[in-house]
Ligand binder design. Structure first.
Ligand code: PEP
Ligand code: MG
Length: 537
């Protein structure tokens, strides 16, 4: 069994088709004249443009408008006069058209690949795609014919560029496996949009697997079973059937409002960690975003994101959600989420230490950048701000004072902003116990059962010896949840839940009975959660 990253849900059983890299060696191409090379380049650009337009049209039908924009982005990039004039300059300097394309695209590639912003890094793979296509056209090499693979094929490649993915006929492709790429890569986004199971970053898969090998791909767990036994094939055929039936059955809930049998209207939202994930929420039928974990914007980098970078991420989500509610949680670091450059001292008890709102209120320079970015982004959609790990009224009052300060600054600077409503997470026993008092200070609550369970039961969920106590169904946790919902109702504020328990089918009937308004879950659990709520009295 080979292990990669599960990037698109579902199970694929079928035969391997290895998509070989085609040779783009142009060392034998001889320079003629500058005019001739420029004319070859122009013709290649024209052919590329026509080919890409056609592929974008095809992709619109098979994956969707948004996905086709990835290919349309290639055209915009190549239309940049700077890129083409650089290529022509290279030709004037004696380079053949292929070499000019290679040099200029590689320069852009290096520029994009070196930046920290994930979205910008994606541009690097777009440039590589443009480069390979142009050189292929110049050399007159035919591209791999992905469109005609037989039914039941599992496509294996080093990587799938958007232009390769756009040729996929989803009726014939059972799964996709690559050696590189993660859940936010274009191949992953497109695989999800087409509903094809995918396992990415499976090391050396193109060497280990041979054409025609029988394979099983588990797109949930990122597993690839090579030469599976009959028992494994039977097991996964059963899993695949059950998954497809479940998925089919859930489709009816896609555009349905979330209403219980007795007519109570509820909302099912999605949880996200990156701006791009907003698409995932929409594609899964989410009515809004109930938790945007902003700490991921601060992780895997060596300096904090600027106000502008944060504004870009938050406003992108607000625009993508097109007027739907977006609840953005301010930085929740510390505990198990370490960020080296923030230089938080090592602590004896990090989960009880200097984390989340506690850290932010002591580091106001950093916190104000985030609050300013949030208020500015709120101008573009229905953004609400949410504070993590609240334990006292003073913390809420201090955060409100900082938000007011930021609003006054933005006003005097003449920048557009909107005063976003403020809510808090109820994820500590102390917050649940004073939820009547907190409800008077804020516009909404969202119950974070992941932490609330741990703190209420005094359990470290990583410790196997006590993990049996880590259960949101424990009476103590249920009481904390019920108390919070009742206090929110009494104060007339909205109350949601964004911990994993919001998708727990055992708990949903109780949450409905107590009056929870909004359930925010992993995007892939949205439809299931809606069905479970609709089946409640
Ligand atoms: C929670 O604690 O329930 C929660 C949603 O926050 P996180 O999982 O990010 O701690
Ligand atoms: Mg939490």
């Amino acid at each position: 069994m080979l292990q990669g990253i599960g990037a698109s849900q579902g199970y694929g059983i079928g035969k391997a088709v290895i998509i070989e890299d085609i040779s783009l060696d142009y060392s034998a191409v001889k320079y003629t004249t500058a005019e001739e090379e420029k004319s070859r380049l122009n013709k290649a650009v024209e052919a590329f443009t026509a080919e890409t337009r056609e592929m974008a049209e095809g992709l619109k039908a098979s994956a969707g408008e948004k996905e086709a924009e990835i290919l349309e982005g290639h055209l915009t990039m190549l239309a940049d006069p700077f890129m083409l004039s650089q290529m022509n300059d290279n030709i004037d300097g004696g380079a053949v058209a292929e070499a000019a394309v290679d040099t200029v695209c590689t320069m852009f590639y290096d520029m994009f690949a070196g930046v920290e912003d994930e979205m910008m890094r994606q541009r690097a793979s777009d440039v590589k795609d443009i480069k390979d296509s142009l050189i292929r056209i110049l050399l007159g090499v035919k591209s791999v014919d992905i469109a005609t693979v037989p039914k039941g094929s599992i496509l294996i490649a080093k990587d799938f560029t958007p232009s390769m993915t756009s040729q996929i006929n989803k009726e014939n492709v059972s799964a996709i496996v690559t050696e590189v790429g993660g859940v936010t890569s274009h191949s992953a986004i497109l695989a999800r949009a087409m509903g094809i199971p995918a396992a990415l970053s499976v090391i050396n898969v193109t060497q280990i697997v041979e054409n025609g090998d029988m394979l099983i791909v588990d797109g949930f767990k990122g597993k690839v079973f090579t030469k599976p036994s009959d028992a494994e094939i039977a097991e996964y055929t059963g899993k695949q059937k059950a998954y497809l039936e479940e998925k089919e059955g859930l489709k009816v809930y896609f555009n349905k409002p979330t209403i219980t049998k007795s007519g109570a209207k509820k909302k099912v939202y999605g949880n996200i960690g990156k701006a791009e994930d907003a698409q995932n929420v929409i594609q899964n039928g989410g009515e809004g975003i109930g938790l945007f974990r902003t700490e991921f914007l601060f992780m895997d980098r060596d300096r904090e994101p600027t106000e502008e970078e944060q504004f870009e991420a938050y406003s992108t989500v607000a625009k993508a959600m097109d007027g739907k509610e977006v609840i953005i949680r301010t930085l929740d670091i510390g505990g198990d989420k370490a960020i080296d450059y923030l230089k938080i001292d090592k602590e004896e008890n990090p989960f009880l230490g200097f984390r989340a709102i506690r850290y932010c209120l002591k580091n106001t320079e950093l916190y104000k950048k985030q609050l300013r970015a949030l208020l500015r982004a709120a101008y573009f959609g229905d953004i609400k701000i949410m504070l993590p790990l609240v334990t006292s009224l003073d913390e809420v009052k201090a955060a409100k004072a900082l938000i007011d300060e930021c609003a006054a600054e933005l006003e005097s600077e003449g920048l557009s902003f909107r005063m976003a409503p403020l809510g808090i997470m109820i994820e500590t026993p102390s917050a649940a116990l004073i939820s009547d008092l907190l409800a008077k200070e804020v516009d909404f609550f969202s119950i974070g059962t992941n932490d609330l369970t741990g703190y209420t039961m005094a359990v470290d969920r990583g410790n196997a010896n006590v993990s049996h106590l880590y259960d949101a169904f424990q009476p103590a946790v249920l009481r904390a949840i019920e108390m919070t919902i009742k206090n929110a109702k009494k104060a007339g504020i909205m109350v949601g839940m964004c911990g994993e328990a919001a998708a727990d089918e055992r708990l949903i009937p109780k949450l409905v009975e107590w009056g929870l308004d909004e359930f925010s879950v992993t995007p892939s659990s949205i439809l299931q959660t809606r069905r479970n709520i609709c089946e409640c009295e």
